[in-house]
Design a protein around this ligand. Structure first.
Ligand code: FES
Length: 300
C-alpha cells in the first residue's frame, strides 16, 4: 500500500535525499518508512507499506486503520542510506519491501544519467511492489525465489560488476548478511558496500545480556544524572527521569537516538554503526547500547 502524506496547511515539505526515511507517529508506536517518491517533489512524501504475516502492529495499523484524510504526526526526513557523490557505476539490490528506498534511488540515478543496475528480489511476483513500473526500465533484473528455487546469487552479481561500482542493498536480514559476507569475501572495500536494515542485524549482540550491571549516565547539557539498571535501556532510564531524548525504532536500527559520547566507553549493541565508528566510541545508540564501565557522559 502506498501512502501519500501532505503537510498541514500545505506548501513545501522539508527536503530529502534518496534513501531517506521518516517516522510515522502511529497510535501503536513510532514506525520508520523509507520515502519512495522523487526528492524533487516538495509537496508530498510517499511511503509504501507491506503487510507481513509477522507485523509488529505498524503495518497492520496502516493497512487496516489509517484512513485517507487522517492527520498524523511525522518526523522530518533522516538519511542513513545516502548515495555517495560521484559519477561511477551503481548496483542497487532490493529484497522485498526493501524496494522502497531503492526505487527512489534508482529513479534519481537514472535521471542524473548515472550508470545503474537494479536487482529486485522477492519471494514471488505477487510480493513485488512497483514491479510493473520497474519492468519498463532498462537495467532492472527480477529474481523471484519461488520461480528460481532459492535466493539470488549475489556473488555472481558483485563479482562481475564494473570496477569501482558502489553497491547499495536494502532487504531482509538474511539477504543483508549474505550481501555483507559476499562483499567481504570478494575484498570489496567497505566504503563501496552500503546497506540499510529494517530489522536488527542477525549478528547484532543481544540487547540484554546476563552480565549486564548498573551504570550511571550523566547529561552534560542538563546536568542530570541517571542510573541505568540491567534490563533497562539508557533511553528508557532518561525518559523515565523526565529527560528529553530523540528516538524512533528502539531497536538499534534507525539511528534516531544517536548520541554523542563525551566520556566513558559505550558497549555497542546496535545495527547502525560501522566497525570503525564503534571502535571510535564517539557516538552510541542509546536505545540499545550500554556502558562498558560504570559511567557515561552524554552530550544531552
Ligand atoms: S531509536 Fe532507532 S536506533 Fe535507537
Amino acid at each position: 500500500m502506498s501512502v501519500e502524506l501532505r503537510g498541514l496547511p500545505g506548501g513545501a515539505l522539508p527536503p530529502f535525499t534518496p534513501g531517506a526515511h521518516i517516522d510515522l507517529h502511529l497510535p501503536i508506536g513510532i514506525r520508520s518508512y523509507s520515502l519512495t517518491n522523487a526528492p524533487t517533489e516538495r509537496h508530498r512524501y510517499v511511503v509504501a507499506v507491506g503487510l507481513p504475516a509477522n507485523s509488529r502492529g505498524g503495518s497492520a495499523y496502516v493497512h487496516g486503520d489509517l484512513k485517507a484524510g487522517a492527520e498524523i504526526e511525522i518526523s522530518a526526513p533522516r538519511n542513513l542510506f545516502p548515495l555517495v557523490d560521484g559519477d561511477g557505476p551503481v548496483a542497487l539490490i532490493a529484497g522485498g519491501i526493501g524496494i522502497t528506498p531503492i526505487r527512489c534511488m534508482f529513479n534519481a540515478l537514472r535521471e542524473a544519467g548515472r550508470e545503474v543496475t537494479l536487482l529486485y528480489s522477492a519471494r514471488s511476483r505477487q510480493n513485488a511492489a512497483f514491479a510493473d513500473e520497474l519492468a519498463q526500465q532498462p537495467g532492472v533484473r527480477f529474481h523471484f525465489d519461488d520461480e528460481a528455487g532459492g535466493p539470488p546469487d549475489l556473488e555472481q552479481l558483485m563479482a562481475h560488476a564494473p570496477q569501482e561500482t558502489h553497491f547499495y542493498c536494502c532487504g531482509p536480514s538474511p539477504m543483508l548478511s549474505a550481501y555483507e559476507q559476499t562483499g567481504a569475501r570478494l575484498s570489496i572495500a567497505a566504503e563501496r558496500v552500503h546497506l540499510e536494515r529494517f530489522s536488527p542485524a542477525e549478528d547484532a549482540p543481544a540487547v540484554s545480556q546476563a552480565g549486564d550491571g548498573v551504570f550511571t549516565v550523566e547529561l552534560a547539557q542538563s546536568g542530570m544524572s541517571v542510573d541505568v539498571v540491567p534490563g533497562q535501556s539508557v533511553l528508557d532510564a532518561l525518559l523515565d527521569a523526565g529527560a528529553d531524548a530523540p528516538y524512533s525504532c528502539r531497536e538499534g536500527i534507525c539511528g534516531a537516538c544517536e548520541t554523542t559520547v563525551l566520556e566513558g566507553t559505550p558497549d555497542h549493541r546496535d545495527s547502525v554503526l560501522s566497525d570503525s565508528e564503534r571502535a571510535q566510541g564517539k557516538t552510541m545508540m542509546i536505545c540499545v547500547s550500554r556502558c562498558a564501565g560504570q559511567r557515561l557522559v552524554l552530550d544531552l
